[in-house]
Structure formats: structure tokens, C-alpha cells
Write a protein that binds this ligand. Sequence first.
Ligand code: NAD
Length: 494
Amino acid sequence: MSQDFLNHVGGEWVPSRSGRTFENRNPADTSDLIGRFPRSTAEDVEAAVQSARRGFEEWRPTPAPERGAILKRVGDILTERKEEIARAATREMGKVLLETRGDVQEGIDTAYYAATEGRRLFGHTVPSELRNKWAMTYRRPIGVCGIITPFNFPLAIPTWKIFPALACGNAVVFKPAEDVPHTGHLFVEVLLEAGVPGEVVQLVHGTGEEVGAPLVEHPHVPVVSFTGSTDTGRIIGETCGRMHKRLSLEMGGKNAQIVLPDADMELALDGVLWGAFGTTGQRCTATSRLLLHESIHDDFVQELVRRVRELRLGNGLESSTDVGPLINEAAREKVQGYMEVARGEGTVLCGGGPASGDGLEGGFFFQPTVVDGVRPGSRLATEEIFGPVLSVMTFGEFDEAIRINNEVRYGLSSAVYTSDVQVAFRAFQELDNGITYVNAPTIGAEAHLPFGGVKETGNGHREGGWEVYEFYSETKVCYLDYSGALQRAQIDNY
Ligand code: NAD
């Protein structure tokens, strides 16, 4: 059953002023029309920002513990509606239900963390260098935040941004990826049901060019938080740099799992299977490079390929499915394009093309693919493919594995499988990534820890944990001199 959906602007559900819509279809079966969504323009963005400015004035004086209490209710409602939202997310983006349930759970965890942060937005009280003078800091909200998110975690990523933004007292204009508008809609419904005032949260559907760009360029949006590809992030970064905006970027990855000869091989096999082919390889943290010590390469690859061939493709709503479809036709064409490269640069051991067969005709399915003999520095070893494609490389010494891991422009996550504690600590210190796992796959973030990457994966900010609260608030310094005399800092006390 399909439905016509609306934007949420000015405290009401409204169509785009353009009168246009776009269709949202199930990537596992494109005959399944989920709904029509507003194809918004800069005019809708303008109305949303003006409304959010009013919302900000209403929300900023609301005591932070009260804002936290509303976020606690958001967590409760997400818990009640977990299954419904997970099913909607699988239907529109394809990954298996087990994973979309995890996506919603991450939103729930993030809500409960943000709720407590309402009672913990600490400032500092520090001794003044002068007598009879008080010195302290506190955290102020900033204003309207533009929130732009990708398709692959349709619930969790918006919550990573919107909950801390709200906890800190800001208003938001949210533009979800055009492939996952339904989850975005359900999320905003939950926020409103929990008691977030209508003008504090705006939802504007549409494309990056027609909605995302005007939002980033709007002079009354001082904060922009973006997760998506490094190419889009660069465009947004240029605009924000020119306009002196506060910007958080979370972008692409080319993550490696490194396996040493002393590793638990079963564990390492489970890890790479889940890391490379979960979410059909469409995770920023997906394992897209497997670095095997040369002494274990042949046996490991043989067993890996056997297991990869057993993965069952299908609709993510069916419990028998291991791997769902890619998000859309453009994604499948992109992955297919890399197969030419793969055949030139290595040996395709399994997969290598679109998947066909019973129940797969109507979707964007692609066979899980393993490419062996990939050389460091080649395109397959360095470019983000964002699909179910794993490039296998070998190394001799651990130093070489570190070098291969580090010689890509991205730096999100890495995984090392070993039983040697010295190697584990060297990995923590020497791998150039925002996140390193030992004896666990490259994927899997916990809501109360910071998340993000180095180099061209990010711009130095983190999502999640305690660090993100710095991003959504401004530090104000307050001095109170009760000496009754003019005291000149650095002059009268020396
Ligand atoms: P994308 O860059 O195509 O789109 C992301 C969002 O940006 C969408 O909402 C899109 O409409 C919008 N957008 C596009 N052009 C824009 C413009 N000119 N101005 C403003 N907004 C614009 O990314 P995607 O395909 O949705 O997601 C996949 C990418 O996201 C991958 O590169 C993946 O690694 C990355 N990602 C990173 C993280 C992380 O935390 N590092 C997490 C998830 C995904």
C-alpha cells in the first residue's frame, strides 16, 4: 500500500510549494511503491529555516533537563515502535531486518544517552588569577542546525545528529537521503509525539541539489552536520568554509581487516563475512580490504569463498535472507563498473555481477564478490566501492600490513585479528583510523563512544558519545569581579 507523504514545516504537515513529488520504491522489488514524497525546493527550505528560527527562540530557554526528559520519551516511543520502523526501513533501503532492528536500537540507545546529557551539560568553574573574582564557563545553544544524512543508516544517523542538537537547545532542519524518506518521516512523527515543539523540528524531503545545497547555503543556518560521500562533503565544506559555518563531516571509508597467523581463524572468518557483506557492503565501516598474512592466505581464502557462495540473497524482510539488494540502479551500475577494474587488477574468485534467480528479478541485487591478488595502491585497493566487494591482499611482516592499511585517503575503521597483545597495542597506536577493533570486525559502533574517522573520512569532529555535545554548543566564558576595584588581568597581579 502506498501513501502520499508531506514535509513538516512551520509546525504542520505540508506539501512542497513546488507541488512536485517523487516516488520511493522498494529496492528488493521495484514494483512495490512505498509512497510519494514532496520534491522540495529552496522555497521550502526558506520556510523551514524561518520556522526553525522561531522554534529556536522557544526551545533555547527550555531547561536542559526538561529537553532531556522529552528525549527520554522519544526513546520510549522508538522502543514501542521498533519493529514497525525497522520493517519500514528494510522495505525502503533493503538491508535485512536483523540489521534495521539494530539501526533502530542504536537510535534508542542514543536517545537515552542524550536524555541524561540534559542533566550533564557541564561547564567549568575555575580559579581566577585575581582576588575576589569568579571565573566560569557554560554551554549555549547555537541556533538552527542543518542536518543532511545518507541512506544506509536511515534511523541511527539522523538520531546521532538530531538528539544532541536538541539536547543542547538548538532547532533543526532535517533533510534525509532521497532513498529513505519514509524512515525520516516516521522519525519526525516520533519526535513530535514525544513533545518536541512543532517549530523546533522541520523535515524537508528532496534531492541534495534542490534541498541540501540551499540548506547549507542559508545564512541563518550556522551549523551543518553532514554524513555521506567524500565528494559531496567536499562541496559542502567549501560552502561552509566560505560562510564561516560550524561543520561536521562524516564521509567515506576503505576499511581493512588484517589477519595474522596466530589469529582464531573461525573468528576472523565470521568477522570478515559480517564486515564485508552486512548491509550489502554499504556501510561506511564496511570491510572492503582483507589483508592476510601470506602463510594463511590459501586456506583462509578457500574457506571464505565457500562461505560467501552460501550467502542467500533476497528481500531483507524474509528471515532466510543474508544479503539484501543495493540501494538503487545507479549503485548497481557503479559496482558493476568496478568489475571491469577487478578483472584487470586481480582475480574474481566468486560473484562478479548482478544476481538473478527466483525472487531477485525486480531488485538491485549484486552477487557477493571476492577479488584476490589485489595490489596495494591499485584502484580496487584504494577506492570506496560501497557494495558487496572484498579485495584480498597479502603481507609478510605486520609493518607491511600497517603501511597498506594507512596508504589510502580514508581513515575510518580497521580490524586486527591476533592473539598477540603486542600486535594489538601496536595496531591501536599505528593504524591511521578513527576506530580500531581487535578480534572484532570493522563495523559496530556503540552509542556512548565517539564515532568518526581521520584523513578524508572526516574533518576532526566526532558523532556520538560525549564529544558531539561540544559540536552542538558554544562555550561562553563568564567573569564576575566582586572586588569593587579595577583589576587588570596580567598587569595588576604581576
Ligand atoms: P551522498 O553523499 O550521495 O548523499 C548524502 C546526503 O547528501 C543525501 O541526503 C544527499 O541528498 C545529500 N546531498 C547530495 N548532494 C548534496 C549537495 N550538493 N549539497 C547538500 N547535500 C547534498 O551519500 P550516500 O550515497 O547517501 O551515502 C553513502 C556515503 O556515505 C558513503 O561514502 C559512505 O561511506 C558515507 N557514510 C559515511 C558515514 C560515516 O559516519 N563516516 C556513515 C554512513 C555513510
